[in-house]
Design a protein around this ligand. Structure first.
Ligand code: GLP
Length: 243
């Protein structure tokens, strides 16, 4: 694992944008695995700026997002499709029909999970997967549990995640209780992974990356088994190296 310590959120965003742009420069038709949340917003802003300045071309890129809420209308301002439109897709020359998220409103959610997993597999999995991390160590919506799902699946959100995400909704009651997410296996099949973290509430999750243990109660620790992970973090999130 490579750890890149940044001064602040702005520098973290710039470094992550550079890594993503390097992937597109090497492979113009790259498959990018994308994430939502407040962590990557600054990186998306950098990508939009660079696109405007003619520094990056998304015309051959395909994107696959990690997750989507279940039973939240796709046009809702907090759906992850809306997040991606507002933060990236509406501002760059990505073909909308080359942007994929799970359909959290499908009539048969289990069938949709199987379809999405196959779609990502047929694309050859992500060339680069961007990840944030939950305060409790979740990645995508792979929440702490005794066992973790390998493939895309429907999952119940932990009360702590509902609470954390309630800042985006009018009240905690309005946060969807379920989501569809790539599994740990879908994520681990990405060729490269860039994990981003900002703020002191992520310090504990990053510190667990030094544990040498893959602990399903801290799903991010599974990344220790991936051969190409770069962790980009700011001062406040800096892990404490215990060994
Ligand atoms: C959300 C998302 C994750 C994200 C995480 C952290 O619930 N499903 O993909 O990484 O929580 O969010 P934030 O970046 O806002 O701290």
């Amino acid at each position: 694992m490579k750890f890149i310590r940044c001064k602040n959120y702005e520098e973290m965003s710039r470094v992550a944008a550079n890594l993503l742009e390097e992937t597109i420069a090497e492979k113009p038709d790259a498959v990018l695995g994308l994430a939502t949340g407040s962590t990557p917003e600054g990186m998306y802003a950098e990508l939009c700026r660079d696109y405007k300045d003619g520094k990056v071309d998304f015309s051959h890129v395909t994107t696959v997002n990690l997750d989507e809420y279940c039973n939240l209308p796709v046009e809702h301002e907090q759906s992850y499709r809306t997040f991606m439109n507002v933060n990236l897709f509406d501002h760059v020359n990505l073909r909308k029909d080359h942007t994929f998220l799970p359909d959290g409103n499908a009539a048969d959610l289990n069938a949709e999970a199987v379809r999405y997993e196959k779609l990502v597999a047929d694309l050859g999995y992500a060339d680069l997967q961007i990840l944030g991390v939950g305060r409790n160590g979740h990645i995508g919506f792979n929440e702490p549990a005794d066992t973790l799902f390998v493939d895309t699946h429907v999952t119940a959100l932990k009360p702590s995640t509902i609470k954390d995400n309630s800042r985006f909704f009018a009240s905690e009651k309005e946060v969807p209780k379920r989501a569809m997410t790539m599994g740990i296996g879908t994520i681990m099949k990405a060729k490269k992974i860039v994990l981003m973290a900002s703020g002191s509430n992520k310090k504990e999750a990053l510190t667990a990356l030094y544990s040498g243990v893959a602990d399903s109660m801290i799903p991010v620790t599974f990344l220790q088994m991936h051969p190409d992970v770069t962790v980009v973090f700011d001062e406040a999130a800096a892990p404490e190296r215990k060994n």
